[in-house]
Design a protein around this ligand. Structure first.
Ligand SMILES: [Zn+2]
Length: 396
């Protein structure tokens, strides 16, 4: 089987003869006399595409034979026209070479080798030995983009065992009896790899390091290469433009604009807290007005108030002795219930009371002796609170 992808990595269409077809379930595993479909390897995904208008679902290598899994049948002995999903392949080659370049740059600049790599559908990672700081990472990123601009040839060598022993590879050789393929990027990097790469670094156009973090004593670097990096950069430019137009500022002033908004927000939050405090005290006083008895049950249904606010109000009132608050917040779909009592009231348990009367409103919730909270699914909360009011009156 001739591996065309190693001879011309830019081959998008080719014709081949079908040597064998095996039907497995509803799929057809097809062997061709030659193929440009890369079966995957070196961290790179396999190619997809079409063979005689049948969709290629997967390509894999088994015992040195490459199988193309199709969703329809082709005839053994026939000549077929094959086309590769080029966007997928090109993207795969770009991420892959991007990883080689980054690995080479970190090694060349800081003598920091690569521990592991992952080429993902959206983002790829390379793990570099040791903990690297932002400055070093940006230096490597800048060097990687210089390598791209310098349009260095990417050579694909198949050295003999003798030659291999004299080549100073960055990493140990894989343990295999198959022929070993070596990727050489000028004098930046030389490493064993079975993947498919572009023939020159300028194909990549750009490498962008998106993020980095410590990972098991090493540094995990997330990167984008080629079109992915360009798309990301254009998208960021759009986002920044929208931010600037929102802030009515230029790019340089955008960050200080956001910081100003944040500072203002903090001031407003403090002011809001103060006002809420005043409102709570005012509302607590007005709910207690006209109540001369020393034991007071306050029943109230609120509208347009948050659960947080009403709970605070109940807690504020119950800071005094001998108070019971039977509160609800009326919403269309479901209402919130807050039952609270002063700490000195021993013969009422708000949690138990809520549970006992909850069937009236199809309620769910509960709580402790002095505070219960819940939700009422039916809107007869007036009746519900009245029943609890009666119950409490008889015991206070
Ligand atoms: Zn490679």
């Amino acid at each position: 089987m001739e591996k065309l992808y190693y001879k011309n990595q830019y081959l998008k269409e080719f014709s081949a003869r079908v040597l064998k077809v095996e039907k497995v379930n509803d799929e057809y595993h097809v062997v061709l006399d030659k193929t440009a479909f890369f079966p995957g390897g070196g961290g790179q995904l396999c190619d997809l595409g079409y063979i005689d208008n049948k969709k290629v679902l997967k390509v894999y290598e088994n015992n040195k034979t490459i199988y193309h899994v199709l969703d329809g049948e082709v005839n053994t002995g026939s000549n077929v026209l094959c086309s590769i999903d080029w966007d997928r392949r090109e993207d795969g080659m770009h991420q892959h070479l991007g990883q080689h370049i980054l690995s080479g740059c970190f090694y060349k600049l800081f003598n920091a080798n690569t521990v592991s790599i992952h080429l993902g559908k959206e983002i790829s990672t390379v793990d570099i030995v040791g903990v690297l700081n932002e400055e070093k990472i940006r230096e490597a990123e800048s060097f990687a983009n210089e390598v791209i601009r310098n349009n260095i040839d990417v050579e694909f060598l198949v050295p003999s065992n003798e030659e291999l022993s004299s080549i100073n590879l960055r990493r140990d050789l894989p343990n295999t009896e198959d022929e070993i393929r070596v990727v050489k990027i000028g004098n930046l990097d030389i490493n064993a790899c079975c993947g498919v790469h572009p023939s020159k670094t300028s194909d990549l156009k750009m490498i962008k390091i998106k993020k980095f973090e410590k990972n098991k004593g090493n540094t995990r670097i997330e990167f984008l290469a080629g079109n992915r990096a360009i798309k990301d950069s254009l998208n960021k430019d759009n986002i920044l433009r929208e931010i600037c137009s929102y802030l009515s500022s230029n790019e340089e002033e955008a960050l200080s604009g956001i910081k100003n908004i944040k500072a203002l927000l903090e001031e407003v939050k403090i002011e809001k807290k103060k006002l809420e405090e005043e409102l709570l005290n005012y509302e607590a006083r007005s709910l207690l007005e006209n109540n001369n008895s020393n034991k007071i049950i306050i029943k109230n249904i609120f509208k347009d108030k948050s659960v947080e606010y009403v709970t605070k109000l109940a807690n504020r009132l119950c800071e005094r002795e001998n108070i019971v608050c039977l509160f609800a917040i009326n919403n269309k779909e479901k209402s919130n219930i807050i039952l609270a009592s002063s700490k000195n009231i021993d013969n009422l348990n708000m949690g138990e009371i809520f549970r006992e009367f909850s069937n009236i409103v199809n309620g769910k919730g509960g709580g402790s002796k002095n505070l219960a909270q819940g939700i009422a699914k039916e809107n007869n909360i007036e009746e519900f609170l009245n029943k609890i009011y009666e119950f409490c009156c008889n015991r206070m």
